[in-house]
Design a binder for this molecule. Structure first.
Ligand code: DSN
Length: 399
């Protein structure tokens, strides 16, 4: 590179990434092909609009690229193009979720999502996010004893609140979500069911986590977590699901979502990102990726079980997925999440501080840490390595 300052930073970050044990559950290591596509000349092209309906000329290859990316996305999750549409233009997860609300819920209407402390995301209607300012947030939690979703309580709350959308999905909930029950709850209160599978999409693709597609109206996902692709997002929606427009005519929600992404929220799609997502989706359809997804879950379960054996309070008593939430504060007997994160980083283990169910501290210095297995599984680590990682975490935190 001519720019030596930036080249140096890239090299330093590369060395840092190689040196550490990365347990951030939302990070991963992409292939060289993904990086090549991401940094390709597709980045030079403006392509406002959608394939075959653009606002600029010169779209022969961008149209082919977007069509191919959409076809690969539907195929990866076994979806028929007659029933499902996919939008691959959202720049990341937050605008993807925002686009769905914009399409389906009138401003000021209710969005029901998991509370941040229970494992929900900022864009599931938290007050500090636009999703909790432009719409009325309704939060559901987890059962304080079991630390898992109480579907009966959720149903009663949904029937009382009557939200426009119920969001199933999380950033810090270690268990499987019962999508069938979520569907029944959405039907009981007349809401659309949106699943944000950003965290576990790669596990769904690899058959290691239940698929939400049989039950959801809309499924959003980022592409850079367990899917192991570039930073981007996709929105899947049922073509046959409708919403009444201003003239009381039924319109497909897929059409409304496309309009919400562009021109509602975004300008030109990032075609380099879309090229890299297409590469990812092909990689994710291989037998090797299926094995990877299964190993991610085995590794996370080993980590959770070993930490429990060592005396730590692992939220919900374990994990069914790629992430493990640990209460390091343990009612004041332990250390705060911020301190735990810093101590582990000093020892070469990267994780993030996290709130836990029933949180009594602040999100800046909460009671726990969030750990995950996707990145280190990409580097080939197995159960015995995760047992050793659990022992190291225990030793560092108890020092
Ligand atoms: N920052 C992501 C995560 O770590 O879960 C969610 O946006």
């Amino acid at each position: 590179m001519k720019d030596k300052q930036i080249e140096k930073l890239i090299k330093s970050e590369e060395a840092r990434q190689k040196k550490v044990i990365n347990l951030i559950p939302s990070e991963n290591y992409v292939s060289k092909d993904v990086l090549t596509a991401l940094g390709s000349i597709f980045d030079n092209k403006y392509a406002e609009g959608y394939a075959h309906a653009r606002y600029y000329g010169g779209q022969t290859y961008t149209d082919q690229l977007e069509d191919l990316c959409c076809a690969r996305a539907l195929k990866l999750f076994n979806l028929s193009s007659e029933k499902w549409a996919v939008n691959v233009q959202p720049h990341s997860g937050s605008p993807a979720n925002l686009a769905v609300y914009l399409a389906l819920v009138p401003i000021g209407g209710k969005i029901m999502g998991m509370a941040l402390t229970a494992g929900g995301h900022l864009t599931h209607g938290q007050k500090v996010s636009i999703t909790g300012k432009a719409w009325q947030p309704v939060s559901y939690g987890v059962d304080p004893k079991t630390e898992v979703i109480d579907y009966e309580a959720l149903k009663a709350q949904a029937i009382t609140e009557k939200p426009g959308v119920i969001v199933a999905g999380f950033t810090a909930y270690p268990r499987v979500v019962n999508f069938k029950k979520m569907r029944e709850i959405a039907d009981a209160c007349g809401a659309y069911l949106m699943v944000d599978m950003s965290h576990f999409a790669g596990l769904v693709a690899g058959g290691a986590y239940p698929s939400p597609f049989e039950y959801a109206d809309v499924v959003t996902t980022t592409t850079h977590k367990t899917l192991r692709g570039p930073r981007s997002a996709m929105i899947f929606s049922r073509k046959d699901k409708t919403k009444l427009n201003i003239k009381n005519e039924p319109v497909s929600i897929s059409t409304l979502i496309d309009k919400a992404v562009f021109p509602g929220l975004q300008g030109g799609p990032h075609m380099g990102q879309i090229a890299a997502v297409a590469v990812t989706l092909k990689e994710d359809a291989t037998p090797a990726f299926k094995k990877y997804a299964e190993q991610v879950v085995k590794n996370a379960q080993t980590l959770a079980n070993e930490l429990i054996k060592l005396g730590w309070h692992v939220i919900s008593g374990g994990t069914d997925s790629h992430l493990v939430l640990v209460d390091t504060w343990m009612g004041g007997k332990g250390i705060s999440g911020k301190e735990a994160e810093a101590k582990l980083e000093k020892a070469g283990i990267i994780c993030n501080k996290n709130t836990i169910p029933g949180e009594t501290r602040s999100p800046f210095d909460p009671s726990g840490i969030r750990l995950g297995s996707p990145a280190e599984t990409t580097r080939g680590k197995k159960e015995k390595d995760f047992k050793a990682i659990a022992e190291k975490i225990d030793k560092v935190l108890r020092k």
